[in-house]
Design a protein around this ligand. Structure first.
Ligand code: NAP
Length: 252
């Protein structure tokens, strides 16, 4: 028996990276999974790679009408919704004096407006059925990171959003938590390496030396934390942000 047998899990930005790793873990533990991502073909292909029942849906999480349509499809095709993982994310890094208004707005829209729209759509189902789990992706960058004023503000915003929804939705059987990853080896951090003019392995090795466990994180590390927070074992945990960074924040 899996921890998520009979549960429908919606994960945004899940065609690759942390989202896909998390989708694999939920699927392996019995969940039906909806992979939401910008590109419908990539989402469908990722869904096909999961071991259990899954659907891939193309949706920009910052587009209210697209989010409504995506939820209609999830309910029609998978039969309900019990867990939402707000994972979709982008970076548009620059020092403040070079950061454009467009790059500020893009980052806010995907992380904050996206989480708002997705959670608002999900909570209708959660409150009605008196059961739901929301896990939001924050980041250790929330506590400040040079060149990431937009991303850092959005990721700290996610923590305030998480705490507030935990207060509002707790009485309706809904737990809301966040995970703040440190360095995780994905295309997002590979792109950062390229921007800094470093090789992928060189950048990973540098980051591995910045934490007590002396390795970088992988999507599986975040999947383990997300699935714990979305499980019934964590039903007395809400409004929390769990840092998963190999202890990097302790020594920085
Ligand atoms: P990733 O490899 O870049 O994957 C992000 C996915 O989100 C991509 O498939 C992307 O689609 C999708 N996406 C972007 N904008 C979207 C939108 N508007 N609507 C729907 N999907 C959208 O990133 P990751 O490293 O797995 O990161 C996942 C989450 O963890 C993000 O919230 C990120 O901020 C957070 N995080 C990551 C790290 C890390 O070290 N990797 C650390 C801390 C926090 P496209 O490919 O089409 O753009």
């Amino acid at each position: 028996m899996g921890r998520f047998d009979g549960r429908v899990v919606v994960i945004t930005g899940a065609a690759r990276g942390i989202g896909f790793g998390t989708a694999q873990r939920f699927s392996a533990e019995g969940a039906k999974v909806a992979i939401i991502d910008l590109d419908e073909a990539a989402a469908a292909e990722a869904a096909d790679r999961l071991e259990g029942e899954a659907v891939g849906i193309g949706c920009d999480v910052s587009d209210a009408a697209a989010v409504e349509r995506a939820f209609e499809r999830v309910v029609a095709e998978l039969g309900g919704v019990h867990v939402l993982v707000n994972n979709a994310g982008i970076t548009r890094d620059n020092l403040l004096f070079k950061m454009t208004e467009t790059d500020w707005d893009l980052v806010m829209n995907v992380h904050l407006k996206g989480a708002f729209l997705m959670t608002k759509a999900a909570q209708k189902h959660f409150v009605e059925q008196k059961y739901g789990k929301v896990v939001n992706l924050s980041s250790v960058s929330a506590w400040g990171n040079r060149g990431q004023a937009n991303y850092s503000a959005a990721k700290m915003g996610i923590q305030g959003f998480t705490r507030t929804l935990a207060i509002e939705l707790g009485p309706f059987g809904v737990n809301v938590n966040a995970v703040a990853p440190g360095f995780i080896a994905t295309e997002m951090t590979d792109a950062t390496a390229a921007r800094l003019g470093l090789g992928v392995e060189e950048f990973r090795e540098l980051n591995a030396q910045n934490n007590p466990v002396r390795r970088v994180g992988f999507p599986e590390d975040i999947a383990a934390a997300v699935t714990f927070l979305a499980s019934d074992e964590a039903s007395y945990v809400t409004g929390q942000t769990l840092t998963v960074d190999g202890g990097a924040k302790l020594v920085s």
